[in-house]
Design a protein around this ligand. Structure first.
Ligand code: GLP
Length: 241
């Protein structure tokens, strides 16, 4: 595990962008695993600006996102498809058909999740997986539970996650109760993993993730077993380590 300590959010965003940019430059047809949430906004802005400056080419890149809310249409501003289009894809030259997320509009979540795993396999797996961290230690939407779940699956979101994510919705009641998420198998099989964490509120959970016992009660703790984990976190997030 490599931990890169940054001064603040902006510094974290730039350093994480450096790592992603290096991946895109070194392997122009990389498969990138992408994440959503407020943590990634600065990083995606950086990537867009580097693209505009002519430093990056995404024309052969393919992306697979970690998760999507169940029941939200791509046109819904709170859907992760909308988030990705708005914050990254519309600002770079990635062909939209090269960008994949699980479909939140499916009638059959088992089939959709199975197909998502087949898709990731057929792409040859993920070269670099970007991750944020939930306040309860979730990665993607792999919530705390009795066991690590290997496959993509449909999950009932924890009350704390619904509360945390309510800030993006008009009302807490509007936050979908279920989501589809990539499982731990595809994440752990990624050639490298880039975990970005910022802010004091995540200091305690980041300590548990990186230094505590490896347990499905703290889903991100499984990353301790990843052979190529890079953590880019600001001083506040690392303040308890
Ligand atoms: C969300 C997403 C995660 C994200 C995490 C942190 O619920 N499913 O992929 O990494 O929670 O979000 P934020 O960056 O807004 O703190």
């Amino acid at each position: 595990m490599k931990i890169i300590r940054t001064l603040n959010y902006q510094d974290m965003s730039r350093k994480a962008a450096d790592i992603l940019a290096a991946q895109v430059i070194q392997k122009e047809d990389s498969i990138l695993g992408l994440a959503t949430g407020s943590t990634m906004l600065g990083l995606y802005k950086e990537l867009a600006s580097r693209y505009r400056e002519g430093d990056l080419d995404f024309s052969e890149i393919k992306t697979v996102n970690l998760d999507e809310y169940l029941g939200l249409h791509p046109s819904n501003p709170q859907s992760y498809r909308h988030y990705m289009d708005e914050n990254l894809f519309s600002h770079i030259n990635i062909p939209v058909e090269n960008t994949y997320l699980p479909s939140g509009m499916t009638d059959d979540t088992d089939e959709e999740c199975g197909a998502y795993d087949v898709l990731i396999e057929s792409l040859g797996g993920i070269d670099l997986q970007l991750l944020g961290l939930g306040l309860d230690g979730h990665i993607g939407f792999n919530e705390p539970g009795e066991a690590f779940i290997k496959e993509s699956h449909c999950i009932l979101l924890d009350a704390s996650t619904i509360k945390a994510n309510a800030r993006f919705f008009e009302d807490e009641d509007e936050v979908p109760r279920h989501a589809l998420t990539m499982g731990m198998g595809a994440i752990m099989k990624a050639k490298s993993v880039l975990l970005c964490v910022n802010g004091k509120a995540k200091a305690s959970i980041l300590k548990q993730v990186l230094c505590g016992p490896i347990t499905p009660r703290v889903p991100g703790s499984i990353l301790q077993l990843h052979p190529n984990l890079i953590v880019v976190a600001d001083e506040e997030a690392l303040s308890e380590i």
